[in-house]
Design a protein around this ligand. Structure first.
Ligand SMILES: [Mn+2]
Length: 268
């Protein structure tokens, strides 16, 4: 049985110098709660201070588990499926910046909300074609930079393309970019998959990264998802990567981290 590593997702946003100090405090708290790494959700990959991030991780004794890209969509409205070519290009250029950053930090890059939604005007078939083409090109770039790309299925209420692990596998196949792997997020899976265990069994060998959250986006243990079953299925499928808590910190960050660790650590 493989040993999984536990991370937590933190944002790194804005231009303020203070953001790095704030992040260090949060990383140290994660380390105290027995986390092995941190996943960084960064809004401006061009302005990220690689050296500084590496130093913070070293100081807190954490690894960088992955780079999240979603703020490109939620904060700046850029996506790979926008109807406007200039917006698609900007999203593509930003994704390349994330890949460059991932390569400097030795971390994989998540492709989730940055995919965006397709419009009624463009339609599903065109969107699938568009996404498969851009994924192929991005995968080639990521390969030259030795960075893993993780394609994340997102639930139907947030995006209108690729909701399940199977659909992600099909998109990767269509793109011809066999190096891209799937990100399995338990919050989305709880909405979209008929069974956690069956979905993991069917797609397990394609999974490259995992997000853990309970059914309400709270810390594992704050809802009704069976994390024991999920983690056992992941290990049985040979998965040996990160499980990264992508959660709302309720009732506060310290208690949410402690709760996550208490629930997940014994199952790794
Ligand atoms: Mn996720």
């Amino acid at each position: 049985m493989s040993k999984l590593k536990l991370a937590v997702a933190f944002p790194l946003v804005g231009k303020s110098e203070f953001k790095y100090e704030g992040l260090l405090r949060r990383m140290k708290r994660a380390a105290r709660n027995q986390f092995d790494g941190v996943e960084l959700h960064i809004d401006q990959p061009r302005n990220a201070d690689t050296k500084r991030i590496k130093n913070l991780a070293r100081t807190a004794k954490l690894e960088i588990a992955a780079i999240g890209t979603g703020m490109t969509y939620t904060k700046y409205g850029l996506s790979l499926l926008d109807d406007r070519i200039e917006i698609r290009r900007a999203a593509y250029e930003t994704t390349r910046q994330y890949i460059k950053l991932g390569s400097e930090l030795g971390a994989g890059v998540v492709l989730a909300l940055i995919r965006g939604r397709y419009s009624a005007r463009s339609g599903r078939a065109k969107a699938e074609e568009r996404l498969s083409r851009v994924l192929r090109v991005l995968a080639l770039y990521a390969e030259t930079r030795k960075v893993s790309l993780f394609l994340e299925p997102i639930n139907r209420y947030e995006l209108n393309l690729i909701h399940t692990l199977t659909e992600a596998t099909e998109m990767i196949k269509k793109s011809g970019a066999s190096g891209i792997r799937i990100l399995a997020d338990t919050f989305h899976m709880n909405i979209e998959e008929s069974s956690f265990v069956k979905a993991i069994r069917a797609s397990g060998r394609h999974i490259g990264h995992v997000h853990l959250a309970d059914c309400n986006r709270g810390a594992p243990g704050q809802g009704h998802i069976d994390f024991r079953g999920i983690l056992n299925a992941l290990k049985a499928s040979g998965y040996a990567g990160w499980v990264s808590a992508e959660i709302v910190f309720k009732p506060d960050e310290a208690r949410a981290l402690a709760q996550t660790s208490r629930t997940v650590r014994p199952l790794l």
